[in-house]
Design a protein around this ligand. Structure first.
Ligand SMILES: *Cc1c(COP(=O)(O)O)cnc(C)c1O
Length: 406
C-alpha cells in the first residue's frame, strides 16, 4: 500500500466525520491554520522541487508518488483539489488532469495492454470512442461496444481476456441510465475493473463507489469548474485502482495547471447550490418544452415517464441541468438554422456545466454501433444555465416561432 502522506491533511480530519456533502464541499481540501489563517489554500506554481541533501533526494526517489518530488507529480494545490473531490465522492484518492479526456485515456491505459478485451458503452462520449477506435485498437486491445441498457447481462459479452468495462450514465447525448451496480457485480466476478464517466452526475449526485465503480472520472471542466473558464479532469479511485492510474498518468506526462486547479477548487464550494438551481431550471424549461407540439420526446432521467427513471431514482441523489429534446419531424436545415441563430440566451457552443445556458443540434446516430438511434426529428441538447427561467422561456418561445415559420 502506498503511504497517503501527500494528503493535505485537514486539522479537522479528513473523511468519516459525519458531515453532510454540503458541508464537506465547504471544508474539504483546505486548512486555514496551516496557511496564515487565510481561508483559501495558496496556488503553488512549481516545476523543480529541491531537496536539502542527497539522502533526502534518494529517499524521495525510493517512494514514488509520495509528497512533492517534481511539479508534474503534484503540489499542495493539486493535493488540495484531489483530496476534496475524493472526500466528497467517497473514493479513496483522486488524480487531477489537464482535461477530462486525459483522465479518461490515462485510466483506460492503466488497465489495458495488447491482447486484452474491453467493453465500452455504446453511448460513450464521442472522443472516448475515438480514442478506443484509433489508439487502443492500434495497440492491440480488443474493443466491443455494448447496449447501455444491458445491465447484468453484460456477462454474456465477457471473454476470457475481458479486463475492463467502461460505463457512462446517463449516456452522452441520449441520456440512457445504466444499471451500474449490476454491471459492476458482473465485472468483478471475472476480476474486470469498472470505469465510469460520471461527469453528468458529478461527485455529488452519483456516489460511484457505493455502486461498485473502481474509477470514477469527471470532466471537471463542466460543473466542477462551473464557470466556462478552465479545462480540468479528475479520476477518483478505490485504494486498489489508485497506483495503476497514478502510474499511467505520470508515464503519459499528464498534470493539471495550478491556476486551473484553483478554479476547480473554488467551483467546488458552490457546486451544491449551482446544481440545485440547474436542476430546478431544467425542470421549468422541460415543463414548457413538453407542451410544444414540435417536441416529441424529452431525454432526462429525472422525469417519471423516462425509461431510466426507476434506476435514476434508486441510484442518483439529483439531476443536473443537461438534457435532450427530440423534435417531432425532420425540420429543414434552414428552420434549425433560423431557430438557433436567433437565440439570445441559449447560445451555441461545445461543453456545458457553466453558468450560461446552451442549445445545439446533435446527431447521435453517427456514433452508435451496438444500438441504433432512431427518431422522427433532430435531437437538440440543452444546458439549463443560471439565468431567470422566465427569460429562458421567452428565448425558447422566439426559437420555436422561428422554427415554425421556416
Ligand atoms: C466534456 C466531456 C468530457 C471531456 O472533458 P474535457 O475536459 O473537455 O476533455 C468527457 N466526458 C463527458 C461526458 C463530457 O461531457
Amino acid at each position: 500500500m502506498v503511504e497517503k502522506n501527500d494528503r493535505n491533511r485537514s486539522r479537522k480530519g479528513l473523511a468519516d466525520d459525519g458531515r453532510s456533502d454540503k458541508t464537506k464541499l465547504i471544508t474539504s481540501g483546505r486548512d486555514p491554520f496551516d496557511n496564515f489563517g487565510i481561508v483559501n489554500p495558496p496556488v503553488y506554481h512549481a516545476s523543480t522541487v529541491l531537496f536539502p541533501t542527497l539522502d533526502d533526494l534518494d529517499a524521495s526517489l525510493a517512494a514514488p508518488f509520495v509528497g512533492t518530488h517534481y511539479g508534474a507529480q503534484g503540489s499542495p494545490t493539486s493535493f488540495a483539489f484531489q483530496d476534496a473531490i475524493a472526500e466528497i465522492e467517497g473514493g479513496d484518492r483522486a488524480i487531477a488532469f489537464s482535461t477530462g479526456l486525459a483522465a479518461i485515456t490515462a485510466s483506460l491505459q492503466a488497465f489495458l495492454t495488447a491482447g486484452d478485451h474491453a467493453l465500452i458503452v455504446d453511448t460513450v462520449y464521442g472522443p472516448t470512442r475515438s480514442y478506443c477506435d484509433r489508439i487502443l485498437k492500434g495497440f492491440g486491445v480488443e474493443i466491443d461496444y455494448y447496449d447501455p441498457l444491458i445491465g447484468g447481462d453484460i456477462k454474456t459479452l465477457f471473454k476470457p481476456n475481458t479486463k475492463l468495462v467502461f460505463t457512462e450514465s446517463p449516456g452522452s447525448l441520449t441520456f440512457e441510465i445504466q444499471d451500474i451496480p449490476a454491471i459492476s457485480a458482473a465485472a468483478h466476478e471475472i476480476g474486470a475493473v469498472v470505469l465510469m464517466d460520471n461527469t453528468w452526475g458529478t461527485p455529488l449526485y452519483f456516489k460511484a463507489f457505493q455502486h461498485g465503480v473502481d474509477v470514477s472520472i469527471h470532466a471537471a471542466t463542466k460543473y466542477i469548474v462551473g464557470h466556462a473558464d478552465a479545462m480540468l479532469g479528475v479520476a477518483v479511485t478505490t485504494e486498489e485502482a489508485w497506483l495503476p492510474v497514478r502510474r499511467a498518468t505520470s508515464l503519459n506526462g499528464h498534470c493539471a495547471g495550478p491556476d486551473d486547479l484553483y478554479l476547480g477548487l473554488r467551483g467546488l464550494r458552490t457546486l451544491a447550490v449551482r446544481l440545485k438551481q440547474h436542476q430546478e431550471t431544467a425542470m421549468i424549461l422541460i415543463d414548457w418544452l413538453r407542451r410544444q407540439p414540435e417536441v416529441e420526446r424529452i431525454l432526462y432521467p429525472a422525469l417519471e415517464d423516462d425509461p431510466g427513471y426507476a434506476i435514476w431514482q434508486r441510484d442518483f441523489t439529483g439531476a443536473s441541468g443537461l438534457f435532450g429534446i427530440v423534435l417531432a419531424k425532420p425540420f429543414s436545415r434552414e428552420a434549425i438554422v433560423a431557430m438557433h441563430d436567433g437565440m439570445q440566451l441559449l447560445s451555441m457552443g461545445e461543453s456545458w456545466g457553466g453558468y450560461e445556458s446552451l442549445m445545439l443540434p446533435r446527431n447521435p446516430a453517427r456514433i452508435r454501433s451496438a444500438t441504433k438511434w432512431e427518431s422522427s426529428g433532430p435531437l437538440l441538447r440543452i444546458h439549463a444555465g443560471l439565468e431567470d427561467p422566465d427569460d429562458l422561456i421567452k428565448d425558447l418561445e422566439g426559437g420555436f416561432e422561428r422554427l415554425r415559420k421556416s
